[in-house]
Structure formats: C-alpha cells, structure tokens
Design a protein around this ligand. Structure first.
Ligand code: PMP
Length: 365
C-alpha cells in the first residue's frame, strides 16, 4: 500500500502501541509497514558482521579471527565424533563441556553456561538479566551488538562516554541502572580495564548485574572469573572464536553465580534445547584440554601484535594500547576510509566504523 493510506496509518499506530520506540536506538530505515511482520521487526536494526569476501590471496584482518589454526587435538576429536552417532541428539546441557570449563577455571559446572558462540550467550544474557525498568549502561564506543540486542528485546539503555583517551572510567557508571555491560579488553579499541577498577565498581554496584564480555581477554588481560564467588551479580562471558581459533565452530560461554546461570538456562531451554551440536561439544572440550597449543599460539599473537604496533608507529600511525588480537590505529594525515579502500585494492581487508569519535580509526586484526 500507499504510505499515506488509512490502513497504513492505522497499522503504524498499532505497531507503535505494541512496540513503543526505545530511547537511544538508531532508527531503522523507514519503509512501508508490512502487516505480515510482527511489530518488533519494523524497528530492528540488525548487526552487520565484518564481511567474509570471496577474494583470492586475501589478507583478512577485519573480523579478529586467529591466524593460527585450532589445536590438532580439536580436529581429531571432531573427526572421532563423525560417526553414526550423529543420528542421535547431542547432550542438551553439554555436560562434558561444562565440566571441562569448570576444571579449567576451577569453578563448579553449575556456574557455567555454554551457547552457540558468545553472541548467542549474550543474547540470552540481555533477555534473562537486562529487561528491567532502569536503563542498561554501556560505553558509547563498544561492541556494536549491544544496542542491537536492546532493540530485539525492548531494553532501554544509556551510553556512557569513554574518556578522551578511550579508557573506561568506572565512576561514571555509579548511577541507577538496570544492568551494566562492557567488553574487556574493549572492542574496537583494544583498551584493557584493570581488574581492580572492575572490583571497585562491583563493590558499589550491588543491585544490578555487571557483565564483562571477555572475548579478547586471553591476549593481554586477567580474567574476572576469579571474582564470581565474591560477587553474585558478576557474569563473565568468553568465546572460543578468538584465542582458541574456533570461530567456525560457534562456541561461547558464561561463568557466574548458579542463580544467574539458572536464568540463562531457562531462556535457553525456552528457545533451543541443542545450541551445541556433537561436533562442537567434542571440539570445544579438546580445545580446553590442549593447554600447550593454546599457550603457544596466544603468545605468538601477542608477540606479533608488538611487531605490528612498532611498524605502524614507524609509519606515523597513532596506535591505542591493545590487550587484544587487534589494534586500533589512526594516521594524522591520512583519511581512514581512504586507507581502508586503498588496502582493499591490495586485497587487505580491515574494519572501519563510520561512527562519531572513531571515524578516523582502523581496526586491524
Ligand atoms: N564480544 C565481542 C566484544 C566480540 O568482538 C565478538 C566477536 N564479534 C563477540 C563477542 C562474539 O563472538 P562469537 O559469537 O564468535 O563468540
């Protein structure tokens, strides 16, 4: 129909009533309302992942994948699982994997949640723990999936500006809130928040859940998992996509108080009983068991990062201090979009965000 038609207007009113706009959310492209769609679909602004171009001889530095392959023991474990057993459903609670993670981090399996990538874990976190009357708080510059989940689940949020040097000031989060989430190290900046600062915040923010997204923690930080026994409102998420080189297997996890885990299990068991298939469970268990491969490849990434930072600095780039497997850099004389385009012509793909404060930066894996 016609945009100005009575039916379209009536439908718009209905959609607004069923799904009121959320303050702060980027407004989706305006298009004609589709009466077949649920109202929420009209106001979704989906996340845009870094592209996976099908180019030859690509130097792919845009999605923070690991250049070293996964542990050979992971591949063996997956191969061993490739059998007639695939006719059977996997263990819905992935008990073996929870046990392996509990052993690795010295926690109880009841403190562990696993999902199909940490994006799925985070989705359940937003629905299970952040749908409250007070706004969720997160930094103005951080993982761009957070506002997308707010849109999906109708969560009001407020962004808290990072300092001028892109560090996070925990004192800025001392205000009424329905939850707090940030990535540590942060993305796309790579900046690390010291554990002492997190603990300072946890001591003063007791009434809502604080989630620390540790997707990149193994490349230069200390995990906050050691704090979960002392703070029942702390939840830590991690992924096997980065430091364990398994982005294609889709495994993520959360560690926290059993009551927080129970909330996530309730959402998960109301959504998909089997988020991890047999291959993913077998591969992920082996990834946690092969500590030698993990340690060697993670140290190699850290060493390469230092080489890259020095080489970029020699070319005149300003590089933020990175604790991740990527660096965030700008050149005082070169436009970031032009640099990204010129690199692309040479089949080198980096990530450029057209976003206030960071439009002159490139994120380079
Ligand atoms: N958190 C952050 C900060 C990330 O950068 C990513 C990777 N895009 C994720 C979570 C999700 O990673 P995955 O779903 O592969 O576990």
């Amino acid at each position: 129909g016609d945009c100005g038609s009575k039916a379209a207007n009536a439908y718009r009113e209905y959609a607004a009533r069923m799904s009121p706009p959320i303050p702060n959310l980027p407004q989706p492209e305006t298009r004609l309302p589709n009466p077949y769609w649920s109202p929420v679909v009209h106001r979704l602004t989906p996340y845009v992942p870094g592209e996976q171009p099908k180019l030859d001889k690509l130097v792919k530095l845009n999605t923070n994948e690991n250049p070293y392959g996964p542990s050979p023991r992971v591949l063996e474990a997956i191969q061993a699982e490739l059998s007639d057993a695939l006719r059977l459903y996997p263990d819905p609670s992935a008990g073996r994997l929870k046990q392996a993670i509990a052993d690795y981090y010295n926690v109880m399996p009841a403190q562990v949640f696993v999902g199909n990538g940490s994006d799925e874990v985070l989705a359940h976190v937003f629905q299970a723990l952040f749908q409250h009357p007070m706004p969720l708080l997160f930094p103005d510059i951080t993982y761009s999936f957070y506002p997308v989940y707010c849109g999906l689940y109708g969560i009001g949020f407020a962004t808290v500006p990072l300092a001028e040097d892109f560090t996070l000031r925990v004192a800025d989060y001392l205000r009424p809130n329905g939850g707090i989430i940030f990535a540590n190290p942060n993305a796309p900046t790579g900046c690390l928040l010291p554990l002492a600062d997190l603990e300072w915040l946890l001591e003063r923010n007791r009434d809502s859940v604080v989630v620390v997204d540790e997707a990149y923690i193994d490349f230069g930080g200390e995990t906050a998992i050691a704090l979960v026994d002392r703070y029942p409102n702390l939840l830590v998420t991690q992924t096997l996509s980065k430091s364990r080189s398994l982005a294609g297997l889709r495994v993520g996890l959360a560690v926290g108080h059993p009551e927080l885990i129970e909330a996530l299990e309730r959402i998960k068991n109301s959504f998909n009983s089997y988020p991890l298939d047999r291959l993913a469970i077998a591969g992920a268990v082996a990834a946690f068991e092969d500590r030698e491969h993990f340690e060697r490849t993670r140290q190699a990434v850290i060493a390469n990062r230092a080489t890259l930072v020095a080489a970029l600095a020699a070319l005149g780039f300003e590089v933020l201090p990175s604790a991740a497997n990527f660096v965030f850099a700008r050149h005082p004389q070169r436009d970031a979009a032009a640099l990204a385009a010129a690199l692309r012509e040479r089949h080198v793909i980096v990530r450029h965000f057209r976003q206030p404060r960071i439009e002159q930066f490139l994120r380079i894996t």
